[in-house]
Design a protein around this ligand. Structure first.
Ligand SMILES: NC(=O)c1ccc[n+]([C@@H]2O[C@H](COP(=O)([O-])OP(=O)(O)OC[C@H]3O[C@@H](n4cnc5c(N)ncnc54)[C@H](OP(=O)(O)O)[C@@H]3O)[C@@H](O)[C@H]2O)c1
Length: 237
């Protein structure tokens, strides 16, 4: 039996990964900022005969939280990081508050680095981060998110060398139907329909599409220092 820490596991892609791992009997620790959201996720996930669910409230943007999280863990097989808060991040550069941009980088990039810093010596199998299609297909209204996501690839390349034999990879999702979209205040239904018509896959992604991609890189011992694009072909349209 293995176990996995999922930072961002109380919603969306992280929650789908937790659901899949638990159904296989793997023990899972889900991490997020909101204790209420974690409790709701735990109530959904816990079922007799499945793996054990642990919840830890921590903010990826705060080093003391990340340090404490890993201080509580003697050994873990895999760490998956899906956490991000996109509130206020999208828009033209001139319109995005500098504090919002800094907070995003603090969580998405520095937070990812903090995970490596404090998980080193405790994680034995892999660390997998989540970037996103906007790093490769910018649209003029997602520049700081694109920059943070793009930098995650270089972080993973460096860490794959530094932390070896622990494997370090990035999943880069395309558009996926998760609660993250509810923060953006846009007409999700029409945006998804318009994109689906253009994508080679002819649909947007599901959280399970991404969970399956996480499992692939977590379990394949020859994949490290890689960005896996799971975007329905968005990058090549
Ligand atoms: N959905 C898409 O279409 C899409 C496309 C490309 C890339 N992505 C990327 O995919 C990843 C997962 O997105 P999702 O759609 O699954 O998002 P989601 O449904 O909004 O879930 C985000 C999770 O991260 C947690 N979180 C947010 N900020 C955190 C912080 N500072 N510290 C700890 N936990 C934090 C949230 O819980 P709390 O709020 O309680 O902290 C929640 O559990 C993100 O990195 C996102 O940028 C998403």
């Amino acid at each position: 039996m293995t176990d996995t820490i999922i930072i961002g596991g109380s919603s969306g892609m992280g929650l789908a990964l937790a659901r899949t791992l638990l159904a296989e009997g793997t023990d899972v620790t889900i991490v997020g900022r909101s204790a209420d959201r974690l409790a709701t996720a735990r109530a959904e996930l816990e079922r007799p005969g499945r793996g054990r669910v642990r919840t830890i409230a921590a903010d990826l943007g705060r080093e003391e939280d990340v340090a404490e999280l890993f201080a509580r863990v003697e050994r873990v097989d895999h760490v998956a990081v899906t956490a991000a808060d996109a509130t206020g991040v999208y828009g033209r550069t001139a319109d995005v508050a500098t504090a919002t941009a800094r907070a995003l980088v603090d969580t998405k990039l520095i937070g990812a680095w903090l995970v490596a810093k404090h998980a080193a010596g405790r994680v034995t199998g892999s660390i997998t981060y989540t970037s996103g299609i906007n790093a490769y297909r910018p649209n003029g209204a997602n520049t700081i998110m694109a920059a943070a996501n793009g930098a995650l690839a270089s972080l993973a390349y460096g860490l794959a060398v530094e932390l070896a034999p622990v494997r370090v990879n990035v999943i880069s999702p395309g558009w996926v139907d998760t609660p993250l979209w509810d923060q953006l205040g846009m007409d999700k239904k029409s945006a998804f329909a318009e994109l689906a018509a253009r994508l080679p896959a002819r649909r947007v992604g599901t959280p399970d599409d991404i969970a399956q991609a996480f499992l692939s890189v977590m379990r394949n011992g020859f994949i490290t220092g890689t960005v896996l694009h799971v975007d329905g072909g968005h990058r090549v349209t």
